[in-house]
Design a protein around this ligand. Structure first.
Ligand SMILES: [Zn+2]
Ligand SMILES: [Zn+2]
Length: 281
């Protein structure tokens, strides 16, 4: 019987502070948000009132740690100068917003090199991280592994390591492991989570792993399909998650689900399912 730190991605609809209430209602120990609309470039500043109300609510809820996720449009690996500059500005703004809200982790995808080559894409990401890290932010930037779609970076742990190693402040950069993405990329977290984590440890160092996105996968092993499924209802399945939860290296980590909400299950249901499975370990 293992006690895990479980949570979901919650909506900030209405106000960032309302996200805390939603997380509490869903039974979270931890939660993730977008600090603004993830589908656009525009955003409004966080007012002092919103900031104070979010921080007070987080403190009184006891939920920890809080995680933010970068919006969808930025591509830090883009060969287009215009896209790259916009993406860099979005990253700078997001880091700043996390610091204002007292959020310790910002998860980002590594983007697509758009057929300009992996090495070039990695170089651009390192450049963007260095610009942001030079500003002395408090929050740590977590690089998330991807499912291996065409031209995407960060599918293999070695690629993520190659980026972290080259940044000017590697201690401010960590990793977010998404179980669905890893599985779709060909890492068999279902049968062999321990050796997948060993591989991550050898490539990057497991102490760099700060957040796990616990998602089941619609696609099969190596399918490169990024489609999340409810815990236990996808190709990883209940026994796969028991296998994952059996590794003591995940016990202290925030396990955040980015699972669907539909007639089969809601957020509360996925948290309960994950905790029920942890109880079987
Ligand atoms: Zn994810
Ligand atoms: Zn995904």
């Amino acid at each position: 019987m293992v006690k895990v730190c479980a949570g979901v991605h919650v909506s900030i609809s209405g106000s960032i502070a309302l996200a805390v209430d939603r997380a509490v209602d869903a039974g979270c120990d931890t939660f993730q948000i977008f600090t603004r609309n993830p589908r656009g470039w525009a955003f409004s500043e966080i007012t002092e009132e919103t900031r104070a109300s979010f921080i007070i609510k987080v403190r009184s809820s006891g939920l920890s740690p809080i995680v933010a996720h970068m919006p969808y449009l930025p591509n830090l690996a883009s060969p287009s100068q215009e896209m790259y500059q916009k993406s860099l500005m979005a990253l700078e703004a997001e880091v700043d917003r996390c610091d204002r809200l007292g959020i310790p982790y910002l998860v980002t995808h590594l983007g697509s090199h758009m057929s300009s080559g992996e090495e070039n894409g990695r170089r651009r990401i390192v450049g963007a991280l260095d610009v942001v890290l030079a500003k002395g932010n408090r929050c740590m930037i977590l690089l998330e592994n991807t499912a291996g779609q065409k031209n995407s970076l960060g599918t293999r742990f070695e690629d993520i390591c190659a980026i972290i190693e080259k940044t000017s402040l590697p201690e401010k950069v960590g990793v977010c492991l998404d179980t669905c993405h890893a599985f779709a990329a060909g890492y068999d977290v279902r049968l062999n989570f321990r050796s997948v984590l060993d591989e991550l440890d050898q490539a990057i160092g497991v102490e760099k792993l700060k957040v796990i996105h616990m998602n089941d996968s619609v696609g099969d092993l190596g399918s490169h399909l990024d489609r999340h499924e409810h815990i236990g209802l996808g190709k990883i399945g209940e026994s796969g998650f028991i296998n994952i939860l059996s590794d003591s290296r995940v016990w202290g980590l925030p396990l955040i689900m980015e699972t669907p909400v539909d007639q089969r299950r809601d957020d509360r249901g996925n948290i309960k399912k994950l905790k029920d499975l942890a109880a079987l370990v």
